[in-house]
Write a protein that binds this ligand. Structure first.
Ligand code: PLP
Length: 460
């Protein structure tokens, strides 16, 4: 007994030391994130999602410009009602995967409606679009195939591609010449799939789908798009980027989410040829080995799709508000990346400035988030503003808070890109008697100056 006790104690000490070593590895990882300034905090919302929210620690309503609630359907009364009805009729959940005993009539109905919405043959639901992206490529592509992916595609696409055994080619962001090079290089593959986000969420820029489809046809490749930031509102009937660019019949596979414009609850899906969808039901691992979408989630999404099939009014209202914001901000001297998309990145360049201005805006009752490296490239920090159909025109005009906040900071970076231009402009500013300081900053050059001067420069 004594020997066994000794042995157990030694074992316990070894386990405790191993656990302690693991904890210190985790602590040092966490410290490294804090030191790098890339720590992601979470603000706690105490109300439902919408243009006005309550945030823990802030007094009164906060005007919210951070959600992907593009069409304002997250708390739309009809969407909420449909969720409650589905909860009452079909229960909280299925306690099962789809193929065992987890498919209800409402799941089939939603799949039909989504296929109809996207004008594709069939649809398969997933618990999220992350899962839809994780489950597609492995099923479709084998070692004899090739996948050609935009370098800035969403993380879930990158992970999905990692899971498949096809040869991987990464083309430069939205660069058709580079895509063509990669298509030539992969000529010997059995199947080739060009993969792109329809809209890239950090810049709100739209993939050149016409050019991509032309090249795909020329080289015999298939085209896949992720439409998370387009479904429901881009294009004349809100069908997405493929409708906006007139290529609905040339894009073969679409993945999208129910967690943004389509009610914002959760869930994702693939639409495309019937044979592909059937194969996904047989082989796609996140579909086969994960629980069915809960009935209230299905109910909410179904009502959201029905609203959009019936009318495009909500999407049009969002588009008008987007242009109002973009115009207001451009007139105030700010640079907004992208064109007509409701993702409106206010480009600031400097990470500290983006974070300071986001904090100032919260003090002014406006909730926006600063993004900096590594989420966006170094020197391209920004505040991303997202417009919703649920915002009023008065809400949009509260963007003047950016000017108030900008004026409060003693410096403001002017991104010029070109070192010679930065130096010439700094000399000019000196002749005009303005404060100036010229600094190299990673890939670009920046003149740091007072905000009032900055606005003058931009406006002149
Ligand atoms: N694809 C893109 C482009 C996204 O922005 C997101 C969400 O952030 C996803 C996929 C994942 O969607 P979901 O939240 O449904 O998993």
């Amino acid at each position: 007994i004594f020997i066994i006790r000794l042995f157990c104690r030694a074992l316990f000490r070894a386990y405790a030391a191993a656990a302690q070593a693991a904890l210190s590895v985790l602590e040092s990882e966490l410290d490294a994130i804090r030191t790098a300034g890339t720590w992601k905090g979470e603000r706690v919302i105490t109300s439902r999602q919408g243009p006005r929210i309550s945030v823990d620690g802030s007094r009164g309503d906060i005007l919210n410009f951070c959600a992907n609630n593009y069409l304002g359907l997250s708390s739309h009364p009809e969407v909420v009602k449909a969720g409650i009805e589905a909860l009452q009729k079909y229960g909280a959940g299925l306690s099962s995967v789809r193929f065992i005993c987890g498919t209800q009539s409402i799941h089939k109905n939603l799949e039909e409606k989504l296929a109809q919405f996207h004008e594709r043959e069939d649809c398969i639901l997933y618990a999220s679009c992350f899962d839809a992206n994780a489950g597609l490529f492995e099923v479709l592509l084998g070692p004899d195939d090739a996948v050609l992916s935009d370098e800035l595609n969403h993380a879930s696409i990158i992970d999905g591609i990692r899971l498949c055994r096809a040869k991987r080619f990464r083309y430069k962001h939205m660069d058709l010449n580079d895509l063509e090079e990669k298509l030539k290089e992969s000529q010997s593959s059995r199947l080739r799939l060009v993969v792109t986000d329809g809209v890239f969420s950090m810049d709100g820029d739209v993939a050149p789908l016409q050019g991509i489809c032309d090249l795909a046809e020329q080289y015999g490749a298939l085209v896949f798009i992720d439409e998370c930031h387009a479904t429901g509102f881009l294009g004349p009937r809100g069908r997405g980027t493929d409708e906006l660019l007139g290529v609905m019949d040339r894009v073969h596979i679409v993945n999208s989410t129910l967690g943004k414009a389509l009610g914002g609850a959760a869930g994702g899906y693939t639409v495309g040829p019937k044979a592909l969808i059937e194969l996904l039901r047989q082989r796609s691992r996140p579909y086969l080995f994960s629980n069915s979408l809960p009935p209230p989630v299905v109910g909410c999404a179904t009502r959201a799709v029905e609203l959009l099939l019936a009318s495009n009014e909500i999407a049009q209202s969002m588009a008008a508000k987007t242009m109002r914001f973009r115009n207001n901000m451009t007139q105030a001297g700010f640079t907004i990346s992208g064109t007509a998309h409701p993702i409106c990145p206010v480009m600031l360049g400097d990470a500290r400035l983006a974070s300071l201005m986001a904090d100032d805006m919260l003090k002014l009752g406006v909730y926006v988030i600063g993004f900096s490296y590594p989420v966006v490239p170094k020197g391209k920090a920004r505040i991303r503003v997202q417009i919703s159909a649920a915002h009023t025109d008065e809400d949009i005009d509260r963007a003047e808070g950016f000017t108030i906040s900008g004026t409060a900071h003693p410096i403001c970076p002017v991104m010029l890109g070109d070192a010679r231009l930065a130096s010439l402009m700094a000399d000019d500013m000196l002749k005009l008697g303005k404060n100036k300081k010229v600094m190299p900053f990673n890939v670009s050059w920046i003149i740091y100056m007072r905000v009032a001067d900055y606005l003058n420069v931009l406006l002149s």
